[in-house]
Each structure stands twice: as C-alpha cells, then as structure tokens.
Design a protein around this ligand. Structure first.
Ligand SMILES: [Zn+2]
Ligand SMILES: [Zn+2]
Length: 79
C-alpha cells in the first residue's frame, strides 16, 4: 500500500503555493523574492488532494491535518 502523506501547504493571496522563506509573522523574509506573504494554509493529502477549505491561520490547519491523518489510521485499522 502506498504511503500517504498529509501536509500543510501555505498559500499566497492569489491561491498559488508559497514556498518562500517567511518570518513568523507570515511576511516574506526576502523582500526580493516576489513573495506576497502567506494568507491561507491548505491541508493536502497525497491520496485525497486538498482536504476541506484552506485555513487562514496555521494553528487551525495543523489540527485539521492531524485529524485527517487519524482518519487514515482508523481506515487502515479496519482492514
Ligand atoms: Zn511566498
Ligand atoms: Zn486522505
């Protein structure tokens, strides 16, 4: 069975993925990087893709990722 990975991906205001280094405030670390800052955090599952709606703060996205991970664990346990 393929390994499932669930991660939190930060997004920019225009819904593109942010892979820039940012400060804890969410503002870009390098003003030259073209980063517009992180405005949403999406939970992404390697099997299901985007899980639910993006969250506006990381502290809400992380529990959603954990919850989804637990759903997978529960599903595997029934097989
Ligand atoms: Zn960025
Ligand atoms: Zn999933």
């Amino acid at each position: 069975m393929a390994r499932i990975t669930i991660r939190v991906e930060p997004w920019h205001d225009d819904n593109s993925r942010c892979e820039h280094a940012v400060k804890p405030s969410g503002r870009p670390r390098d003003p030259e990087s073209g980063c517009t800052g992180r405005t949403a955090y999406a939970v992404v599952c390697s099997e299901h893709g985007d899980v639910g709606q993006p969250h506006h703060v990381k502290v809400l996205a992380e529990p959603a990722a954990t919850e989804h991970r637990q759903e997978h664990r529960a599903a595997l346990a029934t097989h």
